[in-house]
Design a protein around this ligand. Structure first.
Ligand SMILES: [Zn+2]
Ligand SMILES: [Zn+2]
Length: 355
């Protein structure tokens, strides 16, 4: 594919004078004008590019800023004109003058654990650079055809209806444009001539079941629009898992911490644990180790292969942080009861444990 700089879009060499720019545009406009090719969408695209190139290069101020933005084009021009030792651009330089890709857009999406488990469709608001519909992305008021004389459609002449030479239809120069085929172009007001606008839009993003925290969902080509036909960037949505009031997520497992009281531990009990789909009752046997784990297989998070993690209930014997005087005196009374405190001998020492 040839480099798509504005000069070669018009079939011109770099640094072509204004007169040549005009001539080239007029020729191409005649060939590609959409009114003359109603059934060919490709010509309409081509016409837009040509019109845009002409719009930039036909105006000295716009041409200068274009050449300032692409200094290699201007440098090439000078080298070409002054020394005649024309050399092709290095690949690195050429890549800068061709189409440029649009930038990616990165957004964070806050999602609950329940939503991650089920999968969810969410709307994401973004502000992105996209085509200006009013000027068909050309930046020219009236769209691509805005620079073409509406009377002669760019041909520069119109049929001479006053001429009566039988079958032959003669032409006379178009009066509207003085035979140039062109008319003055104005910048599109909607995009101030940029051909692109910043628009606030909403995109629906699907979060698949089992998605992870910090996982990136890439929505292809929904980022900023590219320049000069370059492809659009992507929309990258980073999942941020909201903190859950009860669960900690570890791979596919959901971990729930709970405390049991001394009597619950001593006598055994039914432990209630929350899960993503309703509470679950678990049996804690009497006098189990004071800190332990009970597992409920398959009640954790789903993974993307259809598997499921476990619900992991970590219980521990509750030890109160601070006790008031009354509670301490009650505990002391309890300790003084028979069989509650460890056995000691007459000298106050603990006896050796016997199996
Ligand atoms: Zn005309
Ligand atoms: Zn516009």
């Amino acid at each position: 594919m040839p480099d798509k700089n504005l000069f070669n879009l018009l079939g011109l060499s770099l640094g072509a004078p204004q007169r040549k720019v005009r001539e080239a545009y007029r020729q191409l406009a005649k060939k590609y004008h959409p009114d003359l090719n109603p059934d060919n969408p490709h010509t309409a695209e081509r016409f837009k590019e040509i019109a845009h190139a002409y719009w930039v290069l036909s105006d000295p101020a716009r041409r200068k800023s274009y050449e300032d933005l692409n200094p290699h084009l201007r440098a090439e021009t000078h080298r070409h004109q002054s020394t005649r030792t024309y050399r092709k651009d290095t690949p690195k330089e050429t890549s800068r003058q061709g189409p440029r890709e649009g930038k990616d857009i990165l957004v964070r999406l806050y999602v609950t654990l329940e939503e991650l488990a089920e999968g969810v469709m969410r709307k994401v608001k973004i502000r992105r650079r996209q085509p200006c519909a009013e000027c068909e992305s050309t930046g020219i008021a009236g769209g691509a055809a805005g620079g073409i004389c509406p009377v002669c459609k760019g041909s520069g002449d119109v049929p001479d209806f006053t001429h009566r030479s039988g079958s032959r239809r003669d032409s006379i120069p178009c009066r509207k444009c003085g035979g140039s085929g062109l008319q003055a172009m104005k910048a599109c007001q909607n995009c101030e001539g940029r051909g692109q606008i910043l628009a606030d839009i909403t995109i629906t993003v699907g979060v698949p079941p089992g998605s992870d925290d910090k996982e990136k969902i890439v929505v292809k080509s929904q980022g900023h629009q590219g320049f000069m036909g370059g492809k659009s960037g992507d929309l990258k949505v980073v999942i941020v898992q909201k903190e859950h009031p009860y669960f900690e997520r570890k791979n596919g497992d959901l971990i729930y911490h709970c405390n049991v009281t001394f009597t619950q531990w001593l006598q055994g009990c039914e432990l209630q644990a929350p899960s993503l789909n309703g509470p679950i009752a678990l049996k804690l046997e009497p006098r189990k180790i004071p800190e332990g784990v009970l597992k409920v297989p398959g009640r954790g998070m789903p993974d993307k292969d259809g598997g499921k993690g476990d619900l992991v209930v970590k219980y521990s014997l509750a030890i109160p942080n601070e006790l008031n005087r009354k509670q301490i005196s009650l505990l002391k009374r309890l300790e003084s009861t028979k069989g509650f405190s460890p056995a000691i001998d007459d000298k106050g020492w603990c006896k050796r444990a016997t199996e």
